[in-house]
Design a protein around this ligand. Sequence first.
Ligand code: SF4
Length: 248
Amino acid sequence: MSYTPKVAPWPKKFADKIPVSEIFHSIQGEGRYAGHPALFIRLKYCNLGCAWCDTRFTWEEGQIEAGELLTAEQITARATALLKDSSLADDCHLVLTGGEPMLHQDRIPVLIASLQAAGFRFFEIETNGTYPPSAEMVACISWWNCSPKLSNNGLSAAENVVPEALRAIAATGRADFKFVIQSRRDLDELEITYSGLIPHNRIILMPEGTTPAKIDQVGRWLLEECRNRGYRFSSRLHILAWGNERGR
Ligand code: SF4
């Protein structure tokens, strides 16, 4: 997939460096590993540009922040410095997020090797599922938190859905597919668009919202829909605890 011009210009040469937006220590707030201690490395740039994106500072023209272009060793040093004790790395999930971190998949295996040497053992990646992973990525990512998009993000199925990428991520056997839900209409679209591409028992539905009130409002009926349709449910723990505060 080519990089779309609607988002910030793609730097021509990164060499061995990775554009980092922010690094912070928190608790995983979404999906299968919600509640687990986690160190987040947020990478810059995205190929989609969702209407409701809550990390526009990683990609949108006019809002994108400078961030830093760092080597794997520099990122590892920043990550370990955030832990109170280096032994905490052993049971702290390392979460690569964005933006769309798969834009940088050619440099991520080297980063993960560096983080493993520092004691991290479990590597999650949060991706929109529009890039097929390389064999190296399949080997080094412990869990794929894939979040394919519905048209509630303002884009068409042609832009949101890349079947070969979704099938490759599903084939790892270490993936969930988490959908951001605004209305019941989204559930019908999900079943029409994605059935046959991803396994039903790996689908997680999560309410869209960046305030506790919105998560509560959508979450109440969405929980019932999950029970009735046989999907898992995810809340957004960090939103419930801290609102949309950065670095939490
Ligand atoms: Fe934001 Fe994710 Fe959509 Fe990219 S794919 S615009 S990071 S919500």
